[in-house]
Design a protein around this ligand. Structure first.
Ligand code: NAD
Length: 307
């Protein structure tokens, strides 16, 4: 019987597993669960006879793919898939998918939770500012970026965006001002929210020069990936620009140092919280299960990421 394995070091909520089970068993497949595993050997063992695997932040590398002799598809329930070795998956003839869009509203809402906290001076009792009328720059107009734009308009913000691959017309149709480059976005906007993936081009790309070009009272909010920040540049920016704040859902390696030095200007969520809502959890898990069924039954590769 076709076997779908849910391999989650950090498990889905029980209600999400219930939804996944309904989709998988409804298609006539068997569901296997490997949750909170403590040792990679458990994963290597569990994938042996799996035809499909649903993961979250779990690492799927060449040794896992070597062990998974029957594997046809891996779906990362979530947006980022840098935890999967795509080249190794392609070499093993395994299709890799993500579930774009399922957690975007959750991440976008967190951006504003953190932004209000930042402009109100981390609730330290002093007078802060409002978001209304401020220029917000959205770096990458993908699933999360679009949700940020929608919410920002409700706050009465002046919204700008740049995306290397999304045409300006698409951005402007949403009533958002498209700018020509990342540099223009930072120069224009007092607040910049990062929504780029971690790629060869974006890693370390948010550097001192870019951040230092921002207007006075600058805030950078990162709910994307820690790798996109040049950490030395961030440290320099916090040191040289006492008006600058950095708030992040993904802590840099120098988190403890920055938190100690700049308690009023640096904030990192204690754990990555962006997608941690019941809704996102359920949506992404069920979408992953549906994509597996559609792939195995109809060959649908719409969300394939290792083309
Ligand atoms: P998405 O794939 O929908 O959008 C990414 C966008 O980035 C695309 O529109 C693409 O054209 C654009 N892009 C790619 N390279 C670019 C570049 N060099 N310059 C400008 N734009 C570029 O992804 P998403 O769902 O919106 O997720 C965005 C980011 O948020 C990713 O880094 C993802 O890993 C992260 N994320 C974090 C959490 C969390 O828990 N904090 C949850 C979900 C997603």
């Amino acid at each position: 019987m076709t076997k779908v394995l849910v391999a989650t070091d950090k498990p889905f909520a029980a209600i999400a597993v219930k939804g996944i089970r309904e989709v998988v068993e409804g298609a006539g497949y068997e569901l296997a669960l490997l949750e909170k595993y403590t040792d990679k050997a458990q994963l290597l063992d569990a994938v042996k006879d799996a035809n499909a695997v649903i993961i979250r932040s779990d690492i799927i590398d060449a040794p896992v793919l070597d062990a998974a002799k029957e594997l046809k598809i891996v779906v990362r329930a979530g947006a980022g898939y840098d935890n999967v070795d795509l080249a190794a998956a392609t070499a093993h003839n395994v299709c890799v998918m993500n579930t774009p869009g399922q957690n975007s509203n959750a991440v976008a809402e967190l951006v504003f939770g953190m932004l209000v906290y930042a402009v109100r001076n981390f609730y330290n009792g002093t007078s802060g500012t409002e978001l209304m009328g401020k220029k917000l720059g959205i770096l990458a107009y993908g699933n999360v970026g679009r949700n940020v734009a929608r919410i920002a308009k409700g706050f009465g913000m002046d919204v700008y965006a740049y995306d290397a691959f999304c045409p300006a017309e698409v951005i402007e149709k949403d009533g958002v001002k498209a700018v020509a480059s990342t540099a223009d976005l930072f120069k224009t906007c007092q607040i910049v929210s990062l929504h780029i993936p971690a790629t060869a081009e974006t890693k370390g790309s948010i550097n001192f020069e870019l951040m230092n070009s921002m207007p006075k009272g600058a805030i950078v909010v990162n709910t994307a990936r820690k790798e996109v920040i040049d950490e030395a540049g961030l440290a320099k920016m916090l040191e040289e620009r006492p008006d600058f704040k950095y708030i992040t859902d993904i802590k840099p390696a120098i988190d403890a140092d920055l938190a100690a030095k700049y308690p009023d200007r640096y904030f990192g969520t204690p754990k990555k919280m962006g997608a941690q809502t019941a809704e996102a959890n359920i949506n992404a898990g069920i979408a992953a299960a549906k994509q597996i069924v559609d792939f195995l039954q109809n060959g649908n590769e719409k969300f394939r990421v290792n083309k």
